[in-house]
Design a binder for this molecule. Structure first.
Ligand code: PGA
Length: 254
């Protein structure tokens, strides 16, 4: 089985109703025009836009995802959203463990693991984010940090169907800085090895590993066409349909 390239947009906390609707419509239209066979498109708007975006994506090949979920199915968790609620709204994916949540909401790998497991139980695919900080990279700990995060954040029920890994060096997110192509290749290889150790070789060979962090149309071909890179998790450049599609144009084929 070939791993299908995933071009995923993480809109973060951006967009009011009108902008979100316009962006979703543009992405749906452009994706349809292109008709790439080996690429899957996904957009992950903020909770407030999920319903609106779902309607705008109707009939298109673009999937809908959320940016976070709670571990429980329902209950006394003020302000939280359960994976069942996301499924109910038409989501098929949810991002868990993004570094902004790990840093700003003190999410541990153990919690991220539980979130992924709950997402799976609700029938959602989990995009589990990992990645080293700048000081970890500077002290030569990148591979060890990523392997530990895989070990601790990926639940044992993970399969290539219900899980995607996103490698996002924290220092590359929103900064315009990216690792070298050789670094990305090395880290993705090490991540696949860690998945193999945890879930077996067959699962590891099929599981998609995305790269994220300052991906734009001009660097996408270099960063996303490597052997162990199966697409991108795109932040800033996913907020403009032309940039998001420019990234797809650099890596997808008809
Ligand atoms: P960026 O964000 O593309 O703006 O660097 C990526 C992400 O945080 O998912």
């Amino acid at each position: 089985m070939v791993r299908k390239t995933l071009i995923a947009g993480n809109w973060k906390m951006n967009g009011l109703l009108e902008d979100g609707l316009a962006l979703a419509k543009d992405v749906a239209l452009e994706a349809k025009k292109r008709g790439y066979k080996n690429c899957e498109f996904l957009v992950c708007p903020p909770f407030t836009l999920l319903s609106t975006v779902k309607k705008a994506l109707r009939g298109s090949k673009v999937a809908l995802g959320a940016q976070d979920c709670h571990t429980a199915t329902s209950g006394a968790h003020t302000g939280d959203v359960s994976p069942q609620m996301l499924k109910d709204l038409g989501c098929s994916y949810v991002i868990v463990g993004h570094s902004e949540r790990r840093a700003n909401h003190h999410e541990t790998s153990a919690l991220v693991c539980q979130k992924a497991e709950s997402a799976h139980a609700a029938g959602l695919k989990a995009i589990i984010c990992i990645g080293e900080t700048e000081s970890e990279r500077d002290s030569g700990k990148t591979i060890a940090v990523c392997q530990k995060q895989i070990k601790e954040s990926v639940p044992s029920d993970a399969t290539a169907q219900n899980t995607v890994i996103a490698y996002e060096p924290v220092w590359a997110i929103g900064t315009g800085k990216t690792p070298t192509v050789a670094d990305v290749a090395e880290v993705h290889g090490a991540i696949r090895a860690a998945i193999s150790q945890k879930l077996g070789k067959a699962v590891a060979s099929q599981m998609r590993i995305l790269y994220g962090g300052s991906v734009k149309p001009s660097n996408a071909a270099q960063l996303l066409s490597l052997k162990d890179v199966d697409g991108g998790l795109i932040g800033g450049a996913s907020l403009k349909a032309s940039d998001f599609m420019g990234i797809a144009d650099a890596v997808c084929q008809k």
